[in-house]
Design a protein around this ligand. Structure first.
Ligand code: ADP
Ligand code: MG
Length: 149
């Protein structure tokens, strides 16, 4: 587990952008943390790192939004699936060439793939955030090492 801190939303986006630049096809990133922790802000930066030019907004009312970058980005917010056990075809997203980012992934724990990068965000103060990165699977350990360089 690696711990990072950011002092404003720009720093979070820059950090996430670096991650977006390093991501490889088929990788999955989960984002958990309270409302306002910065999950969507993080996703905006990640999308930029993937070369997405459109503005990324919270997909709360659609569950999945798709963007085009150097590979597809599937941005999910599964908040509304809490306790519903509904499978919206997660495997198809996880098995494709695209990158999947899942906000509130705890709500779909049973559908998560075997390997993914688990990110927990926590609000420390109005502008400070703690970002915890936990690799689930070896390829994500390497990714975190690259991110630190
Ligand atoms: P979530 O998707 O987790 O509900 P959002 O990214 O939508 O969170 O909202 C985070 C809010 O906190 C935004 O208004 C953002 O500008 C603000 N913010 C302040 N400091 C930070 C920071 N260090 N990192 C990310 N967001 C921050
Ligand atoms: Mg959000």
């Amino acid at each position: 587990m690696k711990e990072f801190f950011t002092n404003n939303d720009e720093e979070t986006m820059e950090f996430a952008e670096k991650l977006g630049e390093l991501l490889q096809p088929n990788q999955v990133v989960t984002l958990d943390g309270d409302l306002g922790a910065g999950k969507t802000t993080f996703t905006k930066g990640l999308a930029k790192g993937l070369g997405v030019e459109r503005t990324v907004n919270s997909p709360t009312y659609t569950i999945v939004k798709e963007y085009r970058g150097r590979m597809p980005l599937y941005h999910m917010d599964v908040y509304r699936l809490e306790d519903s056990e509904e499978d919206i075809g997660f495997d198809e997203y996880f098995s494709g060439e695209g990158i999947t980012v899942i906000e509130w992934s705890d709500y779909i724990r049973t559908y998560l793939p075997e390997r993914y990068l688990k990110i927990q965000m926590k609000k420390i103060s109005a502008d400070e955030r703690q970002i915890l990165l936990q690799p689930i699977g070896e390829e994500y350990e390497k990714l975190i090492e690259e991110l630190q360089q």
